[in-house]
Design a protein around this ligand. Structure first.
Ligand SMILES: [Zn+2]
Length: 388
């Protein structure tokens, strides 16, 4: 029996077989999502006639004391999202985003229906793939928490409108929605339908955005707004999420630099505030090396695991193994050093020029220390290899 027969799909190319391995887990996940949503509907007291006035109190009662206690420090840069996720029983994204929206008074301001909001957030959380080591709902919760820290910075806080804050938090929570755990080049070389649909351009980011729009519409969260407002929200959400395409980093970064050199950013302008939301989400998305070593190291391990898993599938199906995905030639330390040097440091140096605060200095401090730690590990490794 040849290998294609054993898979039961003899007409597929090896690339297509590789992504079919990923598709199988997708359909299982959709069923799980439905089940868990049903479970949620039954279990939540929310759906048993709790009124909007006292529902916040009831919600607080829903998660335990320690998680609630952590939320009092949700604006702290050392917030441990892994611990928070455990304390909320894997519901960090729903719990954190709901808390931030209510804390900012956005539920009242936009007259959001609490039931629809909860339903939307549960669907968002469930549409992340929990089997992805890195691109899962905990990463989305982490990015949302970082976005919140940036929104609190004085420059942003004094000029951002409730609309901007709502937009920023929703963009952060949904920015990697339904991420398959492999990168764009994998989707292209395996002829994945998403690559065709989005013409090989920002394939993942377009999919995250369209998935977010789909859930917004399905939940009816903004159904009470005018069509114009809804379209405006969906369009802006797209421009923020699309900015997270790392292959377009230089484009955004040079635009940011030019604005800072000219000193012409005016946050009274809606278009400049949108640009800062794009930059803030880009920063939040790649801020792992700016966290404390304990948190940063865990993220590095998770992202490396996801890269290497892709590399293993590529090798198995005799496709070119993507850069950074080959466990035989790459290692966690050199991946991190490259990532920090070429992507993280250049971005955060500019962010610190824009928002020169204690938080920016703390983040740059952690980046420096973390890079030094990875370099130390690399040196140890090479000296032990020499000793062998
Ligand atoms: Zn992300």
């Amino acid at each position: 029996m040849n290998s294609s027969c054993s898979l039961g799909i003899p007409s597929l190319t090896s690339g297509e077989k590789a992504h079919s391995e990923i598709e199988i887990s997708l359909s299982a996940r959709n069923i799980r999502r439905l089940l868990s949503f049903q479970r949620y509907l039954k279990s939540s007291r929310f759906f048993r006639g709790v009124t909007a006035q006292n529902s916040l109190y009831i919600l607080d009662d829903d998660y335990n004391g320690q998680a609630k206690c952590m939320l009092e420090k949700v604006g702290s840069w050392s917030f441990d999202i892994f611990l928070f996720d455990r304390l909320t029983n894997g519901n960090s994204l729903v719990t954190l985003t709901f808390h931030l929206l209510s804390h900012h008074g956005l539920i009242d301001h936009f007259q959001l229906d609490m039931v629809k909001l909860r339903r939307f957030l549960v669907m968002v959380q469930e549409d992340y793939h929990s089997q992805n080591p890195y691109h899962n709902a905990v990463h989305a919760a982490d990015v949302t928490q970082a976005m919140y820290c940036f929104l609190k910075e004085p420059k942003l806080a004094k000029s951002f409108t409730p609309w901007d804050i709502l937009l920023g938090l929703i963009a952060a929570a949904t920015h990697d929605l339904d991420h398959p755990g492999v990168n764009q080049s994998f989707l292209i070389k395996t002829n994945h339908y998403l690559a065709t649909l989005y013409k090989n351009t920002s394939v993942l980011e377009n999919h995250h955005w369209r998935s977010a729009v789909g859930l917004l519409r399905e939940s009816g969260l903004f159904a009470h707004m005018t069509l114009e407002e809804r379209q405006h929200m969906e369009g802006q959400l797209g421009s923020i999420i699309l900015a997270t395409d790392i292959s377009r980093q230089n484009e955004y970064l040079s635009q940011f630099r030019t604005h800072l050199d000219r000193g012409d950013l005016c946050l009274d302008n809606a278009s400049d505030r949108l640009f800062i939301l794009q930059m803030a989400l880009k920063c939040a998305d790649i801020c792992n090396p700016c966290r404390t070593w304990e948190l940063s190291k865990q993220w590095s391990e998770k992202v490396t695991e996801e890269f290497f898993y892709q590399g293993d599938v590529e090798r198995k199906y005799k496709l070119d193994v993507s850069p950074l995905c080959d466990r035989q030639t790459s290692n966690i330390a050199n991946i991190q050093i490259g990532f920090i040097t070429y992507l993280v440091e250049p971005l955060f140096v500019e962010w610190a020029r824009f928002s020169n605060t204690r938080l920016s200095q703390t983040m740059l401090g952690h980046v420096g220390l973390n890079k030094a730690s990875w370099k130390g590990m690399l040196q140890e490794r090479s000296s032990s290899e020499e000793a062998d």
